[in-house]
Ligand binder design. Structure first.
Ligand SMILES: Nc1nc2c(c(=O)[nH]1)N[C@H]1C(S)=C(S)[C@@H](COP(=O)(O)OP(=O)(O)OC[C@H]3O[C@@H](n4cnc5c(N)ncnc54)[C@H](O)[C@@H]3O)O[C@H]1N2
Ligand code: MOO
Length: 387
């Protein structure tokens, strides 16, 4: 049995070989870049107007209007002191212009432009290089592209880029008691639902499960199922059958397939019988079957590893300290990740913390970490992982 810190360290200490690929920008959001992205030109690449209005030469209240510049116009226009030109948002500002005045604060009388107020030097002009300068590193290797990142990379004219591949994830569930959705379930059976939760948690963070397989609690079937799916996996996730019961064959099945155990059992609640192993460049997580245990272990342990394998610099869930909104006693002798709901600056520990129960997790938005045998007073700060 290892501690939570030891387990996380063992996961983080793995140095998998990352695979790269070229992708179109349009299909790269959520991928991590495999090389720095450098600005090949200034952004903006020319001084331009932030407003529809008038570009002004000199700082005064009255000007003579001499023409118009629309967005996209390319001709160089020379303004003399006291002259102004009609201009539109995004249009190139003439070099000699000192400011732009928004049209709402102006009046036009024939060719005369009268301002309501004196302009300020540089007002409403977006300067060349104001956001990025040529040669600047815009994003470092390992940056995971967000929608805003996609927009910025696009503004640099980059159509294709080198990113890290996402790992191929396969999922195996085990258990004779599990009925398939759509089938009639018999007495003593429950519906197999963890694979849906786990596949959707993968999706939530931009990963996908390629293949899902359900296996009965039979040693040969478990061994064969692992052999088949491990072949095409970067990460194989198993769920259930990893505890000490007579029909828990997953650990043995992994051993038989040459998977080396990196840890088995973590001193925590939920998710004590968590397993992590490796065969060459293939990694295996065997998650405890209880629904809250498997999902909690996914968030805390599997997700950081998937992110690492996909080359991301941002690996764990976001976590922040929140003040607990009520007195609370963690009576477990194991450090616990509790289903919780954070709102503004406070966190409520939800009812129904049993590992078999997932309703409160579905209504919550965080896992609150509370040490074993710990009594907290309302207002005490606790660490919360946002899910
Ligand atoms: N003697 C001991 N028994 C158990 C221990 C222990 O230390 N000693 N640990 C308990 C803990 S803690 C957990 S967690 C579970 C984990 O057991 P397994 O990983 O072997 O999981 P299963 O026994 O297969 O299933 C547990 C539970 O979850 C339900 N389940 C499983 N898979 C699914 C699924 N895909 N969809 C929905 N529900 C699923 C299953 O029916 C069981 O109720 O072991 C304790 N026992
Ligand atoms: O560790 Mo288990 O997940 O407590 O139920």
């Amino acid at each position: 049995m290892v501690t939570i810190e030891e387990a996380l360290k063992l996961i983080n200490d793995q140095t998998p070989v990352l695979k790269k690929e070229k992708r179109n920008l349009a299909e790269s959001t959520g991928y991590s870049i495999a090389e720095n992205i450098t600005a090949s030109f200034d952004i903006p690449s020319f001084d331009n107007s932030a407003m529809d209005g008038y570009a002004l030469c000199g700082i005064q209240k009255e000007y003579t209007l001499v023409g118009e510049i629309a967005a996209g116009d390319n001709q160089e226009m020379n303004l003399n002191p006291g002259e102004a030109v009609r201009i539109f948002t995004g249009a190139r500002v003439p070099e000699c212009a000192d400011a732009v005045m928004m049209q709402e604060k102006t009046k036009v009388e024939g060719s005369k432009l009268i301002l309501e107020e004196l302009p300020k030097e540089g007002q409403s002009i977006r300067r060349k290089g104001g956001e990025l300068t040529k040669g600047q590193i815009v994003f470092e290797k390992g940056y995971t592209i967000t929608p805003a990142g996609t927009g910025l990379i696009g503004s640099l004219g980059v159509e294709k880029l080198e990113v890290y591949k996402k790992p191929v994830i396969n999922l195996i569930t085990t258990g004779n008691e599990l009925a398939k959705l759509g089938d009639e379930k018999e007495e003593g059976q429950i519906y197999e639902s963890n694979s849906y939760a786990l596949a959707s948690a993968c999706e939530q963070y931009g990963f996908s499960c390629r293949e899902k397989k359900h296996i009965k609690d039979e040693f040969d079937a478990v061994k064969r199922g692992i052999k088949e799916l491990l072949e095409s996996s970067d990460v194989l996730i198993l769920c259930g059958g990893i505890s000490v019961g007579d029909y828990d064959y997953v650990k043995e099945g992994l051993e038989e397939n040459g998977v080396e155990e990196l840890f088995y059992k973590v001193f925590q609640k939920p998710g004590k019988p968590l397993y992590f192993g490796r065969r060459g460049e293939k990694f295996v997580f065997a998650l405890p079957g209880n629904p809250a245990s498997s999902l909690s272990c996914f968030y805390i342990y599997v997700l950081p590893f998937l992110r690492k394998l996909s080359g991301s610099n941002t690996i764990g869930l976001s976590r922040f300290p929140f003040s607990i909104s009520h007195d609370f006693s963690n009576k477990s002798d194991r450090p616990s990740f509790l289903k919780a709901r954070v709102e503004y600056e406070s966190v409520e520990i939800l009812n129904a913390q049993s590992s078999s129960m997932i309703h409160s997790m579905a209504l919550g938005n965080a896992l609150a970490f509370i040490d074993a045998n710990t009594t907290l007073k309302k207002g005490d700060k606790i660490e919360c992982y946002l899910i």
